[in-house]
Design a protein around this ligand. Sequence first.
Ligand code: COA
Length: 298
Amino acid sequence: MESPYKSDILKGKVALLTGGGSGIGFEISKQFGLHGASIAIMGRRQQVIDSAVSDLHSLGIQADGFAGDVRKQEDAKRVVESTFKRFGKIDILVNAAAGNFLVSADDLSPNGFKTVMDIDSVGTFTMCRESLEYIKKGGKGKSSSDGGGIILNISVTMHYTAYWYQIHVSAAKAAVDAITRNLALEWGTEYDIRVNGIAPGPIGDTPGMSKLLPKEIRDSQYIESNKIGEKWDIAMAAIYLVSDAGKYVNGSTLVVDGGHWFDKPRYLPKDAVKQLSRVVEKRSRQEPSGLAPPKSKL
Ligand code: COA
């Protein structure tokens, strides 16, 4: 689909993306690149990074890849430094690296829980912390006219209520949302850095989707097909948040899910509501005490 943004909206910006070699992370890398940014991709698997970088090059995008695991502080530090050496500055950090698997709470070991916390929550904080000296206003490589940079954290909606077989991810992303808000407060005030998030719904053709909705259950009507989004939807929201279009947005996690997270089964047909609402209303006028709590509780 064609982008609604001007193709130079991110011209001159340098973006570092964890998990930028596949899925949603790669689509954001690609769209940022097509809108003028230079791209550094961080990921664990060298061959995934190499193939992503070569795809970006074939689209005429300036890009490089650096292997590293966000769970290792030394990797985070090295990749941030390498990005700076390669491109001369860092304007945007996108934390898209995540870990996930389906598991019931009683089958999840504490180490399994910790593994996802380490990737999603601690990894996000580590990358933010290691990038601070570069992305803050007046940071390394920044000219005096440059404002502060931008951080974008990829989250989920699962922890807004609760989600089957996702206790580890729900906990980890709740922490990510807290990181987003707290850094927006502290670093927004002190360093002119905007920190926002995106909470995607089910997005087709991603590693997350194939883990949570494996093909064995994909046809089960669990999710209406019109509620499955595209990676493009997330990338467009990302451009909004990191460009000047979103300059007044700080500390927000934007839900981009077609309304999926508040999906609830309809418990009453619409026609029945029409009938019932009048009946109930009439009854409440005639017997107001019938709706009030017992007098003893007042
Ligand atoms: N069910 C239950 N526990 C599981 C599991 C599963 N499907 N997969 C992993 N675990 C547990 C392991 O048993 C281990 O715990 P233990 O030591 O108590 O046995 C712990 O998680 C770590 O597993 P390990 O395979 O050593 O971790 P890893 O670092 O190699 O891989 C994962 C990390 C598990 C998160 C892996 O899924 C991954 O690399 N994910 C990245 C890609 C991804 O998930 N993308 C989707 C993003 S939405």
